[in-house]
Design a protein around this ligand. Structure first.
Ligand SMILES: [Zn+2]
Length: 149
């Protein structure tokens, strides 16, 4: 075996440590370093390094927050308001006061003139939204509290 320090062939080589590096040294050179006596210690990873991630828990306990509330759209009629009985007459009179033709008023509320004529003749009861539009356009109230008997 060859001494790694002096290069001399030796039969009594020793493992020594000089400045942290291991070298093979002859008997004469062994004194330059520290003789390596104990075998290198193999560091074993601790079992905690291999801990398994925990599953379950949170996800299982999660409560769905999405709750669908199905509340029917409340109509004003349900609050006791009903279209006045003489709505046709009121609409016609209010329209004439404003100097509007049936066609002009129909255009303002985005309805057909023929429909407005029918409403004024009480042939058709206007829809909830149309009552509001007509009332707003003519500045009149076409609804009143329903009489309960
Ligand atoms: Zn040597």
């Amino acid at each position: 075996m060859e001494c790694e320090i002096c290069g001399k062939e030796t039969s009594t080589a020793k493992m020594i440590v000089i400045d942290g590096s291991s070298l093979i040294a002859c008997k004469d050179c062994a004194s330059f370093g520290k003789e390596k006596v104990s075998p290198a210690r193999v560091e074993r990873p601790t079992p905690t390094d291999f801990e398994k991630p925990s599953f379950g828990g949170e996800a299982a306990n999660r409560v769905p927050m999405k709750r669908v509330l199905f509340e029917p759209k409340r109509k004003e009629f349900d609050l006791g308001l009903e279209i006045v009985l003489d709505f046709g007459k009121r609409i016609m009179q209010a329209r004439q006061r404003k100097g509007l033709t049936a066609k002009e008023l129909a255009m303002k509320v985005f309805e057909k003139e023929s429909l407005l004529h029918k409403i004024e003749k009480q042939g058709i009861k206007p829809s909830d939204s149309l009552i509001k539009k007509l009332g707003k356009e003519l500045g009149i109230e076409l609804r009143e509290k329903a009489e309960s008997d």
